[in-house]
Design a binder for this molecule. Structure first.
Ligand code: ZN
Length: 222
């Protein structure tokens, strides 16, 4: 927990990370208030197919309370949310990706962004998930180009924006690896596709993906 988080906890006692309500989340399922709310994607819709990754599992909808939660996690210094996020993600990963991966990696922010923010939110998520499912975490990707935020673009422009933005991490050996690649949000899938493509080119045998949330308007692949 960061000093900033400790100070925040003094002023604002811990709340449910998902809805921000006064009761605490238990086992990554949220507090009693949000457990049955429409924050969560119905089980039947949690898995989406990919091109360079086999499939991606997402837990909640990136809107309303969950959107605000992820923004506190990324921009508000609430790194501590990673533990409950990891539990939430682990439940779906166990259900939908059993036996599909040997290690866990993440979609990194650039070195510059990491320096500004003080942490990489997808790495925190990957490490929290790994602790839950008992698999090793590997730093397999680096972001080599600081592209404009994906949220400012759509469709084709998002794919072009991330093309070549990632590279295999120096010294990271991917041949034959089956990787679970983690990110915080899935929108069109362009970012996770680019990361997966990079890993496959580096020799990874298979990539599956997981993201905490998915935008409701995400289009199904044709
Ligand atoms: Zn809640």
């Amino acid at each position: 927990m960061s000093i900033r988080e400790k100070l925040l906890d003094l002023v604002f006692p811990p709340r449910c990370p998902f809805c921000g309500g006064p009761e605490q989340s238990v086992d990554g399922r949220g507090c009693p208030r949000c457990r049955d709310a429409d924050l969560w994607i119905p089980l039947a819709d949690r898995v989406t197919p990919g091109e360079h990754y086999v499939r991606c599992v997402c837990v909640g909808w990136y809107r309303d309370d969950l959107r605000a939660s992820v923004r506190r996690f990324k921009f508000g210094g609430r790194q501590g949310y990673a533990a409950e996020y990891g539990k939430a993600l682990a439940e779906s990963v166990r259900l939908f990706l059993p036996g599909a991966y040997d290690c866990i990696a993440w979609m990194p922010v650039s070195a510059q962004r990491r320096k500004e923010r003080g942490y990489d939110q997808a790495e925190l998520l990957a490490r929290a998930l790994a602790a839950e499912v008992g698999k090793p975490v590997r730093s397999l990707l680096v972001k080599v180009r600081d592209n404009p935020p994906q949220s400012s673009l759509d469709g084709r422009a998002r794919r072009d924006n991330v093309a070549g933005a990632y590279a295999p991490a120096p010294g990271a050996e991917a041949p034959g690896l089956r990787v679970l690649l983690v990110d915080d949000i899935l929108t069109t899938g362009s970012t996770l596709e680019e990361g997966s493509r990079t890993l496959r080119e580096a020799g990874a045998a298979q990539v599956v993906a997981a993201a905490l949330c998915r935008t409701p308007e995400q289009k199904k692949k044709a």
